[in-house]
Design a protein around this ligand. Structure first.
Ligand SMILES: Nc1ncnc2c1ncn2[C@@H]1O[C@H](COP(=O)(O)OP(=O)(O)OP(=O)(O)O)[C@@H](O)[C@H]1O
Ligand SMILES: Nc1ncnc2c1ncn2[C@@H]1O[C@H](COP(=O)(O)OP(=O)(O)OP(=O)(O)O)[C@@H](O)[C@H]1O
Ligand SMILES: [Mg+2]
Ligand SMILES: [Mg+2]
Lengths: 255, 255
């Protein structure tokens, strides 16, 4: 029975892909993991060193053409980490699925078929709250919210929580907020400190005690097609994601 | 005859809103400017200190319900700067416009009506390449591309140029690339230097010689609802945007 996390935040550039790729890589050191890239930018795909031009299938063929996950997935250079690639084809997905019956459940149903083959599934979402993101939230047990401690990022939280609540009421009653992960954190600025306080008072224990610092090694790793666990496991960024992966594992064991 | 720029990049968090709001504010010191917020997050709206909950109209009512720009716009605290607010209603726009004839020209036609009332129009786009962004590109004379010097941001450039080319061929033959603006620049990292070289070799003179440095004052200003020209005009971030506004003005005068 795979546990599934959707990594969601409609605010752009807050570390969704960086969080999805690096948590997937650390969790794969212990368990069997599937990473799903539902963003037309395909950043999680190149972040894992997979060439999206040669992909046989992708999240688009799974969502729109009903290709099986087993046929669309590829192995990555990281043992125990498989990937369903994301490609530009995804840009047309929302229009193509609009009139489909049960269009919000398509990803959930596709992933259910491989439920016994993975321990964890992580889904990277695009920076929007459209039908693709609704599909990722409907497929997930929990939502992981990467949050940059800046004003614009904080502004969008209420919209995000509204969508999560709507999905919970109408599509996925089991959906819960797993963790809020503070990313790109620069503790030297007052703004970051202030926003962090606000986030903690808003989310309480859901906020991971581990903050991911701004760390250039995290932004260098994708240019080598490697997660941070491979590129520079001793970096501050790596240590933070390794720690968060441990938190997720211990949360799971406790349940 | 208003000159219209669309601020576009599907990569999230690269400084689209920060660029649109602050260039609009500096241009408004000399000319009459309209800023259009087409992002459901509504960051450009709050960045100008406008409360989107009290807005009479917004980009959604203009695009989907045919409200006139004159009725939807609001004055901002900055003289000579008007705004068409962005609200969460925009999230449903692409679905609602899908079956409309000439759906890509709706924004262009709406703005044409106020063409004589402004010297400049800037449009902030959401982080995607869907129908809203196609509308902003179809309405514009030039596209401004804020670009963060990071690997994932560079990866998306070819997709962006493909869409710009497609809009130019089929919808807006006059569309040109105005400027590429390097944002959130941290010159201390090798990555930023390398990416900057690649961008300059790719875009040549289209790259603004003025680089916008990472500057915390730029991210603080929105929490006060002020452009940087008001919040901290002596900051490095303000000086960069003021300089880029001057470049845009001199480009216009040369034509
Ligand atoms: N902790 C960090 N330290 C330094 N750089 C980071 C960190 N986290 C992410 N980055 C970099 O910041 C940029 C934004 O991160 P990322 O692309 O993961 O965000 P995203 O939310 O997935 O963006 P989008 O909304 O476009 O999907 C990327 O260039 C990434 O390499
Ligand atoms: N030069 C800068 N220095 C410091 N912070 C900046 C700078 N430019 C933008 N920011 C901050 O970085 C974040 C991302 O910028 P912004 O929201 O303008 O990007 P965007 O491309 O509009 O994002 P989205 O894709 O979500 O629309 C914001 O919190 C903003 O305040
Ligand atoms: Mg991403
Ligand atoms: Mg924006």
């Amino acid at each position: 029975m795979a546990l599934c996390w959707a990594v969601v935040n409609q605010k752009g550039g807050v570390g969704k892909t960086t969080t999805a790729v690096n948590l997937a890589a650390y969790l794969a050191q212990k368990k069997r993991v599937l990473l799903v890239d539902t963003d037309p930018q395909g950043n999680a795909t190149s972040g894992c060193g997979v060439d999206r031009r040669t992909a046989e299938g992708d999240a688009y063929t799974v969502l729109v053409h009903g290709q099986s996950v087993a046929d669309a997935r590829v192995a990555t250079a990281v043992p125990n980490l498989d990937l369903i690639p994301g490609t530009i084809n995804l840009a047309g997905t929302e229009m193509e699925l609009m009139s489909r019956p049960e269009r919000e459940y398509i990803l959930k149903k596709a992933l259910a078929v491989v439920d016994d083959q993975y321990d964890f599934i992580l889904i990277d979402s695009p920076p929007s709250l459209g039908l693709i993101t609704v599909n990722t939230l409907t497929a997930a047990h929990q939502v992981l919210i990467p949050l940059q401690c800046e004003y614009y990022a904080l502004e969008g939280i209420s919209q995000l929580l509204e969508i999560v609540e709507r999905v919970r009421q109408r599509l996925n009653p089991d959906l819960e907020i797993g963790k809020v992960i503070l990313t790109l954190f620069d503790g030297r600025t007052n703004l970051a400190q202030q926003v962090m306080q606000e986030v903690k008072s808003y989310f309480g224990d859901a906020v991971s005690p581990t903050v991911v610092p701004r760390n250039v090694r995290l932004s260098e790793a994708p240019s080598f097609g490697q997660p941070i666990s491979v590129y520079d496991p001793r970096s501050k960024g790596a240590q933070a994601y390794e720690q968060i992966a441990k938190e997720l594992l211990s949360d799971v064991e406790r349940k």
